[in-house]
Design a protein around this ligand. Sequence first.
Ligand code: FAD
Ligand code: SF4
Length: 622
Amino acid sequence: MAPGLDGLPAAEREVEVAAPVAEFLRSASPRALRRIRLGLRAFEWLPFPWRFSRLGGGARDDFLRRMEASRFSLHHELLLMAKVLVTLGYAVAPRVEEKIGTRRSCRLADGSLPAPQGTLGDTMPSGPEEECDVVIVGSGAGGAVAAATLAEAGLDVIVLEAGEAFDQESYPADPLEAIARLYRDGGLTIAEGRPQVPVPVGRAVGGTTVVNSGTCFRAPPAVLEDWRTRFGIEWATDLDGAFAEAEELLRVTPLDPERMGRNGQLAMEGAAALGASGGPISRNAGSCVQCSSCPLGCEIDAKRGMHVSYIPRAVAAGARLRTGVEARRVLIEKGRATGVACTLAPLRPGPGNRGKGTARAGSRPYAVRARLATVVAGGALGTPELLLRSGLSGSPIGRNLHIHPACWIGARYAEEVRGWDGVMQSYYVDEWEPQRLLLEATFTPLAFGGAWLPGAGSDHQRSLLEFHHVGSIGVHLSDESSGRVSLTRDGSLRVRYKLTQEDANRLTFGIARAAEIHFAAGATEVYPNIPRAGVLTPSNLPDFESTRFKPSELRLEAFHPMGTARISPPGDGACAPNGSVHGVSDLYVADASLFPTSLGVNPMMTIIAFATRIATELTKSS
Ligand SMILES: Cc1cc2nc3c(=O)[nH]c(=O)nc-3n(C[C@H](O)[C@H](O)[C@H](O)COP(=O)(O)OP(=O)(O)OC[C@H]3O[C@@H](n4cnc5c(N)ncnc54)[C@H](O)[C@@H]3O)c2cc1C
Ligand code: SF4
């Protein structure tokens, strides 16, 4: 798939791709692995009676072009899977990065390094069972904030986190290792459906905030008003104080247009030329000016994720953080949650557990007894998974999954964009909010973004060589479509999602708007990521807009799962407005799962505001 071209090294002959990718895939779930194996086998035999791996260079390119032009969506899905895996392994090879000119070097505007942010304490349990007032599962946007709020109110808190702890000194330098260790299932969590949608979520102290883009939006007032009136969340329109407090702690500031990088500036110029409303994005990364590698962890911790903000604050107030601990089951006795039964994973060295790497030889049981309450904040996939595993089935838990399906719309500019020399997510356009759309200039690292460039084989290599001329905009939809989180027979996670034709139409409309912005900023061609549409130019854009594309034709990703334990009356939702789970005493949810409908903007700040509110109410009732 990467034969080598004009100075780009040939895969396998000059740079290793298969072995590092195979090693990386060890972090995928058995279910994902089975699907990948099956897909690769089918891909290998598609040129039947020949096998793809045995074809010569020219024949491979011909075959890949035929796959690109095929009218069967299965061909596109298989090709995309092969392209994603190959690009992941190929793009991170130092020789490839050197040739293309990408590099990872996080930097603040004044060249300084952010000071380390407090301690995480000793993350090792003191025995096979511990006791506290409140146990919290998950240390992401919801769990970390609940922990700080409860600990500062004087409660004895234990936070359980399945992932490891990372800081400036311990982020893995190798991108594949970073993905494997910072994400659940190596980032290969897929919502099954047509199309299949990857929904990566973080798995580390700080949760997904460690790998997110640092974009901070308050919830749209109209959405909060809807949640108040339709779902009975009386306090939903009273969150200004919680937003302001979080913005101060996370040092949320709007980007300086001069310093946000050319990718954001082009989106800004294009939107201005069209008269579309928008602005520089506010972020929790202070004056960071570089480097577009937020999804691999911010190696200087400029981004104030939960691991460098609320978690150290919770620990300073006495909370105990336990890492490498997977909550397996909420303990429920006589209708009351009394704690959590867990598995303690073998430990790797990290902050808070340096030098203790050999202390846990294999995984072993561990439990936490909670005197007052059990709070589940494992994210919109992890929370329903745990609740379902705890026997709370037959209720709306796991339903109503919304994900903000998104597509990456790249464009070729005559000028050099060098998107990696700027802030990853930098400028938003909210002109089409009435159509449920939010556009954000987002430049992803080559290992992720490279697979979305046009072409396959030699043609894709040509695209890679032009990467410094590429600009990109993410189109995010506030989805009415929904999905479901459930457990398979063997108890593992299953995520399903069904994109409706109406939402596919909205996304197509959004792609056309992103294309218009690109063209207005000087782009010569746009890549809509819909195989049947090919490459867009100003002259064929009207044809694109008048074409109806089936949901299965779109290539999507999603980064904002929510709604799987929503606040709504019993029968319709899983939780009451105070976050308590219907039907079980002393059991609460405090994360993205609570949202009754799709939010419409990047959710971290709203999750923080919800967790603040729920934990504050909990301190009053305890
Ligand atoms: C690549 C990417 C970029 C993003 N960019 C932005 C952005 O710029 N702005 C924004 O607002 N949002 C962004 N998001 C989304 C945002 O980060 C998440 O919505 C948010 O962090 C979710 O918070 P949460 O508390 O619900 O879950 P998470 O932050 O995901 O935390 C859940 C934690 O619980 C742990 N956990 C789960 N189950 C268990 C268990 N059984 N036992 C122990 N631990 C468990 C997990 O390991 C995880 O650490 C992005 C997401 C991604 C993937
Ligand atoms: S926040 Fe993101 S863009 Fe800024 S320095 Fe960190 S990784 Fe780089």
